[in-house]
Design a protein around this ligand. Structure first.
Ligand code: PXG
Length: 443
């Protein structure tokens, strides 16, 4: 008989936590036990202002009644329906609603359960698309240095964050990486889209295409704004130039909008904000307001129709998940879209953007701040690392902010901010007052 059942309910040891300093956490746990709108409640009864929308996902704020009610209702009505060769109405209704707000030309949706799965799905669609067209030599995938596309093998292969890759062997073969877009020497303290270098950095893709030959390349994948690596905003002209090069060479362009999708920049999708049309868009997070795991991959009519050939009784694309379009996730997503619509949240970041930008850049005079950048309702503050102890300064800021009742995210020595889109101006002031307090205090 196992003696493990003797573990106390508050024993923290069994759960090996994701992307967490487990030993530090378990010595000094930080647990949330409740949430409402812009705030979390901690296990020791304190209120914490959510400066990060959970992990970039709770775009409508916490415990919104429409969403929680839709989930309860759906769980009692139809809990699960098989996803293969059968369906249920809400998955179809949701796909239609999603296509309605997506950039023009995105006409079909495949469902997943996370951003990582959306990325794998998109990469597989791209490879299979070329093959279905009789262009099967297009097998290479091009990502970018510092890119984050989730944690599965395809995603870490095209991704460019070294710690997420180096422990895991040879990854996918036939992958190359473009340079990242961070140019602090020219673009530090830019307000909004940086001015310098966009077209030149994007033109590096031409060099990679020349090296491998276009006939071997299936797709280029980028985050329109790189999030996880510490908020790298594409300089002027960058994304349009990537589009131009991909189109010229018959390469599919994938925008990974897991963070930028659903209003983060002030338009439903970054593709609309930047006015650049990709061939495939990956999403998750804000699709259900983070409440239930779900992702969606948008594809063009051309991509979809390329698969719709051959005998009609045959499966056209050998891919899918047990939970693709799960009824409860679909109900949550529909209620999320309703909430976004009723409250104008998919464009609210555009209205609040200037106020957010001014408040954020007011921290420029704080010690150790070496860059501040922003777009939509995203902000980043880059700190000078402590000599010999990279990441420590930002992690200390995270701990101190938490003590002061503010949730921020850090990666390396960069603080990233991405509050729920319902944040008020008074709460923006509160957020930056608290953060100033943290940064001024010798971290
Ligand atoms: N693509 C992008 C662009 C992402 O940002 C994923 C894929 C993977 O999604 P899932 O649902 O599999 O985690 C992401 C996730 C952070 C942070 O603080 C960012 C993510 C996840 C957790 C933390 O930067 N992005």
């Amino acid at each position: 008989m196992s003696n493990r059942t003797t573990a106390k309910p508050n024993d923290l040891s069994a759960f090996w936590m994701p992307f967490t300093a487990n030993r530090q956490f378990k010595k000094e746990p930080r647990l949330f036990v409740g949430a409402k709108d812009m705030h979390y409640t901690t296990h020791d009864g304190r209120t914490v202002l959510d400066g990060t929308a959970g992990l970039w996902c709770v775009n409508a704020g916490h415990c919104r009644p429409k969403i929680t009610e839709a989930i309860a209702q759906q769980a009692g009505e139809l809990d699960y329906a098989p996803a293969f060769q059968l369906g249920h109405p809400k998955a179809f209704e949701l796909a239609t609603r999603l296509v309605d707000i997506a950039p023009e030309g995105m006409e079909h949706v495949l469902y997943t359960n996370s951003g990582s799965e959306s990325v794998e799905t998109a990469l597989k669609v791209a490879l299979a698309y070329h093959r279905a067209k009789g262009d099967g030599s297009r097998t290479r995938l091009i990502g970018r240095e510092r890119g984050y596309h989730g944690v599965n093998f395809g995603g870490i292969s095209v991704g460019g964050i070294v710690s997420n890759r180096k422990m895991f062997g040879t990854l996918l073969t036939g992958v190359d990486h473009m340079p990242h877009t961070h140019m602090p020497a020219k673009n530090a303290f830019s307000r909004g889209i940086p001015d310098h270098g966009g077209v030149d950095i994007a033109t590096e893709l031409e060099r990679i295409v020349t090296l491998h030959d276009a006939s071997t390349i299936a797709a280029v994948i980028v985050e329109p704004v790189a999030g996880s690596t510490g908020v790298l905003i594409p300089p002027k002209g960058y994304l349009a130039k990537l589009r131009e090069i991909c189109t010229k060479h018959g390469i599919l362009l994938i925008f990974d909008e897991v963070i930028t999708g659903f209003g983060r920049l002030g338009a439903p999708f970054a593709a609309q904000f930047f006015d650049v049309k990709p061939d495939i868009i990956t999403t998750a997070k804000g699709l259900t307001n983070g409440v239930i795991p779900m992702g969606a991959v948008f594809v063009t009519k051309d991509i979809h129709d390329t698969f719709m050939t051959g005998p009609e009784h045959l499966i056209e694309f050998f891919h899918g998940y047990t939970y693709s379009g799960n009824p409860i996730a679909s109900a949550a997503a529909l209620a999320t879209l309703d909430t976004y619509k009723e409250e104008g949240l998919l464009t609210r970041a555009a209205e609040l953007g200037p106020y957010w930008e001014n408040a954020l850049h007011s921290l420029k005079d704080c010690p150790n701040v070496i860059d501040i950048r922003n777009v939509g309702l995203i902000g980043a503050i880059e700190l000078a690392p402590i000599a010999g102890e990279p990441t420590k300064r930002a992690f200390t800021a995270f701990l101190k902010a938490y003590e002061k009742g503010l949730l921020i995210r850090t990666t390396g020595d960069i603080i990233a901010l991405s509050p729920p889109l319902i944040i008020t101006k008074a709460q923006i002031d509160e957020l930056f007052d608290k953060l100033r307090d943290v940064l001024m205090n010798n971290i």
